[in-house]
Design a protein around this ligand. Structure first.
Ligand SMILES: *Cc1c(COP(=O)(O)O)cnc(C)c1O
Length: 384
């Protein structure tokens, strides 16, 4: 069935196959990162396909994302890593979600919340839900995580709370800033990480899970793998290191069809501002997808789509809901299929192509596909 205007078809076999490929590249366990609605693919279907491929952990940003996985019946371990002053830690602990902690203050808030948390009953004894925490150290990204000045305090409070039975420290972790570009940067962060881990061990912590690697590091920096790798973009089949291919298969195809065709003479202005003026008589094909659907406005003037089996350029500015393809002398008709992006195997542009045209990364292209585009799920037979 074809949807009314456009659809994003997600090949779940590709997701599963990509996770298998990631698992083959490491001896560590694999966390599939399904934040931002599974990078735009749908968090729950992506999570299930990733678990089928051997992922044993799921990673998300917010509490809401984590709880949505539980509501969908997913029981696999989940780590949620971005929290604010109003995060409901009690709900997370009750749902068995692991929580990342950046500061001692955050730890105090969490422990207080758990004190008010509902409890579970085991052998007729009331037992509070236990929070599993992963202490995050900032090893050089200067984003999340404790700075080196805050780390000793965070570690010693965590150990104290652990002794009291208020929580369990399951992980120590950090995030890489330059895994796709700079081995030197990775080495510096890995060294800082090792130091932070040593400090935690000296303080008496025995975390089961040390984790540092993202997708790019899975394929380029085995020494960062430790116990668990956190793969995001690679799960969805986008090659994480510029200029290198590891055999991943893009899972998402964004397609639509021509809704209107018109033949215009040379000198015809197209779209807002008449940024584009036709150089010769040509056929314009209207596509019902715009920047609200994730076709980046910044790609106007460079972008192409697959129409009638060939690449044709967009003409004029991408509008909110529509864009126009210069079909040249192609014999096109309303209803003809258009592939905006996909794996690239039939000549269609990839998310990486769109990222280059729009001056961004494939992550932003995929997560930018708007809520108006229905996701449909399929399973290809072919293997990477
Ligand atoms: C998004 C994210 C990942 C996944 O990164 P990729 O480069 O997409 O593999 C891993 N860890 C953290 C903390 C993240 O925020």
């Amino acid at each position: 069935m074809t949807s009314e205007l456009a659809e994003a078809v997600v090949d779940l076999a590709a997701v599963t196959g990509n996770v298998e490929l990631i698992g083959g590249a490491t001896s560590a366990a694999v966390m599939a990162v399904v934040k931002a609605d599974g990078f735009g693919h749908g968090a729950v279907p992506a999570a299930m396909a990733a678990l089928a491929g051997g992922a044993t952990w799921l990673g998300v940003t917010s509490a809401a994302e984590a709880l949505a996985l539980r509501e969908a019946g997913i029981t696999a371990p989940v780590l949620s890593w971005l929290h604010g002053p109003y995060t409901d830690y009690a709900a997370l602990a009750a749902a068995g979600i692991d929580v990342s902690v950046n500061t001692a203050d955050q730890l105090h808030t969490l422990v207080q919340a758990l004190g008010r948390a509902p409890s579970t009953t085991e052998n007729d004894k009331k037992v509070p839900f236990l929070a599993h925490v992963h202490l995050k150290i900032d090893t050089g990204m200067s984003r999340g995580g404790a700075g080196t000045d805050g780390w000793p305090e965070l570690v010693s409070w965590a150990r104290k709370y652990e002794r009291e039975g208020a929580l369990a420290v399951r992980g120590v972790w950090s995030h890489l800033a330059t895994a796709d570009t700079s081995p030197i940067g990775v080495a510096a962060q890995a060294a800082a990480f090792a130091e932070a881990v040593a400090w935690a061990r000296d303080a008496g912590l025995r975390p089961d899970l040390l984790h540092l690697a993202n997708s790019a590091a899975v394929f380029t920096a085995p020494r960062t793998h430790y116990d668990l790798v956190r793969a995001g973009i690679a799960v969805y089949g986008v090659e994480p290191v510029p200029g290198r291919t590891f055999g991943l298969r893009p899972a998402l195809t964004l397609r639509s069809h021509v809704t209107l065709v018109k033949r215009v003479p040379a000198g015809t202005g197209v779209g807002y501002g008449h940024d584009h003026v036709t150089a010769r008589p040509t056929t314009l094909a209207l596509i019902p997808l715009g920047f609200a659907d994730g076709v980046p406005r910044a790609a106007g003037g460079r972008a192409e789509v697959l129409l009638g089996g060939v690449r044709r350029p967009l003409a004029g500015r991408v509008a909110m809901d529509q864009c126009v393809v210069d079909a040249g002398d192609l014999d096109v008709h309303p209803g003809d299929p258009v592939t905006v992006l996909g794996p690239g195997t039939h000549g269609e542009p990839t998310a990486a192509d769109w990222a280059a045209w729009a001056g961004t990364n494939p992550h932003e292209i995929l997560t930018g596909i708007g809520p108006r585009v229905p996701r449909r799920y399929a399973r290809s037979k072919e293997r990477a």
